[in-house]
Design a protein around this ligand. Structure first.
Ligand code: ZN
Ligand code: ZN
Length: 245
């Protein structure tokens, strides 16, 4: 399994950076950032090669890039291509994808309607993408006005039994350690969880490596230092970073 960090920045990304999003095997995108259709190209990835988009949750910084991806698929992806699968929390998935299509004016321009399938998900589900097994787990994400946002952590496991876990946006949530148990890599939110607590989850889960993501550039060195005091095998997710597991 090849994991590429396309973006690692915060909700309003630093200049010339992309909000946290990652690509698996060049065809499964976890969150869209603001403009991942463009941001993935310098690393040699073609947005048209995407087979699925997995949204951790429906906060804007995680799906702003969706209309551009759908436009790309609608405009270039005509013909006999398999449908693009969009997965995410069932509470808001359909309404957000519907709004993206409306934004693209597909009723007025039906020829750019992308070929899509939706996969609404809850916590505790399990499905496959090619030779990968994907599992979901409810993170704990509270935004302004104390709203609990349905948010899924994803665990991708390859045929060799090696896993990567994406926490999604989450406030400190120790049960995540059980979900991430023994994963080769845990890619954990560095924005809503203090770095030491993310590191404690990585330690308790016994993961091989922790990457902190969704952070402001200027906060990176401090986050890294704090996390390494608890879990030494921590690094900052960096754009363009590739992990092979
Ligand atoms: Zn976010
Ligand atoms: Zn969020």
């Amino acid at each position: 399994m090849k994991i590429t960090i396309i973006g690692q920045s915060t909700c309003i990304p630093d200049q010339e950076r992309e909000t946290a999003c990652s690509l698996i095997d060049g065809k499964h995108l976890v969150d869209t950032g603001w403009c991942s259709a463009q941001a993935m190209r310098p690393y040699g990835f073609d947005p048209l090669a995407l087979e699925s988009i997995l949204l951790t949750h429906l906060h804007q910084d995680h799906y702003l890039g969706l209309p551009a991806l759908l436009f790309h698929h609608g405009l270039r992806g005509r013909g006999e291509r398999p449908p693009l699968q969009i997965a995410g929390p069932r509470e808001y998935l359909e309404s957000v994808v519907g709004a993206a299509l409306e934004f693209l004016q597909v009723e007025r321009f039906p020829e750019i309607t992308p070929n899509l399938t939706l996969l609404p998900l809850s916590s505790g589900e399990r499905f496959t993408l090619d030779d990968l097994t994907v599992e979901t787990f409810g993170a704990r994400h509270v935004s302004g006005h104390n709203r609990h946002e349905p948010t899924l952590a994803y665990r991708f496991t390859n045929a060799a039994g090696k896993s990567v876990v994406f926490s999604g946006d989450t406030h400190p949530h120790p049960p995540l350690a059980e979900f991430a148990r023994g994963a080769a890599v845990l890619i954990h939110d560095g924005a809503h969880t203090p770095a030491r607590e993310a590191a404690a989850i990585a330690r308790d889960a016994g993961v091989g490596r922790l990457l902190l993501t969704h952070y402001r550039e200027e906060d990176g060195p401090t986050l890294l230092q704090e996390a390494r005091e608890v879990f030494s095998d921590t690094d900052l997710a960096e754009e363009g970073m590739t992990l092979l597991i």
